[in-house]
Design a protein around this ligand. Sequence first.
Ligand SMILES: Cc1ncc(COP(=O)(O)O)c(C=O)c1O
Length: 391
Amino acid sequence: MMDSIMTTYGRLPVTFRRGEGSYLYDTEGKKYLDALCGIAVTSLGHAHPKVAEAISKQASTLVHTSNLYHIENQTKLADKLCQLSGMSNVFFANSGAEANEAAIKLARLYGTNKGVENPHIVVMKGSFHGRTMATLSATGNKKVQEGFGALLPGFTRVPYNDLDAVRRVAKKNEDIVAILVEPVQGEGGVIIPEDGYLKTLREICDKWGWLLMVDEVQTGMCRTGEWFGFQHSGIQPDVMTLAKALGNGVPIGACLAAESVNDVLRPGTHGSTFGGNPLSTSAALAVVETMAAADSKTNASEMGEYLHTELATALAEVDGVKLIRSKGLMLGIVLEKDCGELVAQALEAGLLINVTAGNVVRLLPPLTLSQQEADEIILTLKTLITAFLQQ
Ligand SMILES: Cc1ncc(COP(=O)(O)O)c(C=O)c1O
């Protein structure tokens, strides 16, 4: 169907009209179990009453003033995020890519201030950091970069989960000032590095005076079973970026800095008209408060384990299922062949999933998921994957 929307997305043939909790309803009234959450965004489920109330109250009070003035909700939210993460201060943006832009600029300025003429950031193969020119240059996926001319220089790429590769580039390149890394690669196929990976990256950064910057756009906000993915490793990063679930659907991104670098971005060095406005920060405050009260990280951890174990059992006898990877409620079922068509088949069956890296069925269900809903996902997936692999 041709409409007046730019075709940047190949869309599935469905329009949703309403959501409630883990479910979406289309224009025909058909019900779907949302095991994708708008790609890790609606982590508290759809139309969460606390978030809806906060947005509605704020919308009828004050939506926008700009960052030329103090914003109460923004200050409160920054304090909460710093408390939860051990970081020192926050720059608010409107998306994950923008949060990473801020991180990239912070690292470059940090380098410049140290006298590094041409600051470089170590980035990973298979990574995803966004679609702006700087963040697609940092992204480790040729398909994302192709056709857009000269990429932003200043990125040194190494394989993910390969500490020796990082050590090697450290010796060769004096211009390196930072590492930018996802605690778990999401778009890359739910790739979980070996235990100790972030801890050793931290040590390498300390040895060379680099910043450790974690892209928690997908892994943050309780998704992996901790508030932030780095917290599984017992380290502190220098910079962390957030977006996606932070506003449960209201666009907001954040770049958090540790105390040692909390004064790198100074007046005039960076900005955003909308970033952290009263409306988006009211939503995010409600998200943080609700996640804390509901102990979302524990549910993510427990339901993640349940889904992993039960899926493994359900798919044990199915030929062509390679393995399941998971961290909290970030799950990837790796098949032996590409399986993009499963997305449309699942939609037909009333289940929203995603396929990434060609052959990985990716699940990012709400952190509020119940056992009954988990069972529904498992049953539908077992039927679909079995039929697909027998074709
Ligand atoms: C790890 C990571 N970083 C950055 C982004 C980009 O976020 P956005 O689409 O909000 O710009 C994504 C989006 O999938 C992501 O997964």
